[in-house]
Design a protein around this ligand. Structure first.
Ligand code: GLN
Length: 207
């Protein structure tokens, strides 16, 4: 394992695992599908993909991964959650199913299916801090939004247009980041590059 080529795991319980792995490889990382706690010990960073957070939560429980995930993230493992993965990284959720738990780590409140009440899927340009001057063309699918964030959370992007303009859709807190949208689907891998760089800096203990 070299600093130049981190190994980034993709939580492979459910969701669009393969698309994230491909995007991470484009960003210069090796990838590993993570389904067991031992696999979690082998990665320098972790992506929690989009999918369905209620299913992901149930499977994480069944595979006895919830506690290992919490411990690794508390211990400083860089992690990036997209859509359902954003929900998994939220300290607090709204509109979850009864008893729904998250891994947590980011001091934010995320509302499930928030945009989905108006429209199931849509695309919108989102300017993203630290990821170039061109706004990111973001794809939202039954997406959550971030309702509120604590002081330690940096807002990286907000929806730019439409009735939900101004809603927070991309955040970072230290080594953790999350987006409401699906950057693995568009061929523009700036978000994955940003995360791979974050992982490399964490490996060099610069962040
Ligand atoms: N609505 C889904 C959930 O609650 C997230 C949708 C997605 O990841 N595309 O988990």
């Amino acid at each position: 394992m070299t600093a130049a080529e981190p190994t980034i795991g993709v939580l492979a319980l459910q969701g669009d695992v393969r698309e994230h792995a491909r995007a991470l490889e484009q960003a210069g990382a090796r990838t590993l599908n993570v389904r067991r706690a031992e696999e979690l010990d082998q990665v320098d960073g972790l992506v929690l993909p989009g999918g369905e957070s209620t299913t992901m939560w149930r499977l994480a429980r069944a595979f006895e991964l919830l506690e290992p995930l919490r411990k690794r993230i508390e211990g400083g493992l860089p992690a990036y959650g997209s859509c359902a993965g954003m929900i998994m990284l939220a300290d607090r959720i709204r509109d979850g199913v009864a008893g729904q738990e998250t891994v947590g780590g980011i001091d934010m409140t995320v509302r499930r299916n928030a945009f989905g009440r108006q429209v199931d899927s849509f695309e919108s340009d989102v300017p993203l801090t630290g990821m170039g001057d061109t706004p990111y063309h973001a794809v939202f699918i039954r997406a959550p939004w971030v309702e509120s964030v604590g002081d330690a959370v940096e807002v990286l992007g907000r929806a730019e247009s439409g009735p939900n303009a101004g809603r927070i859709v991309a955040v970072r807190q230290g080594r953790l980041m999350a987006t409401s949208f699906h950057p693995e689907l568009t061929g523009d891998f700036r978000v994955h590059h940003y995360f791979a760089d974050l992982v490399r800096r964490a490996m060099r203990k610069e962040d």
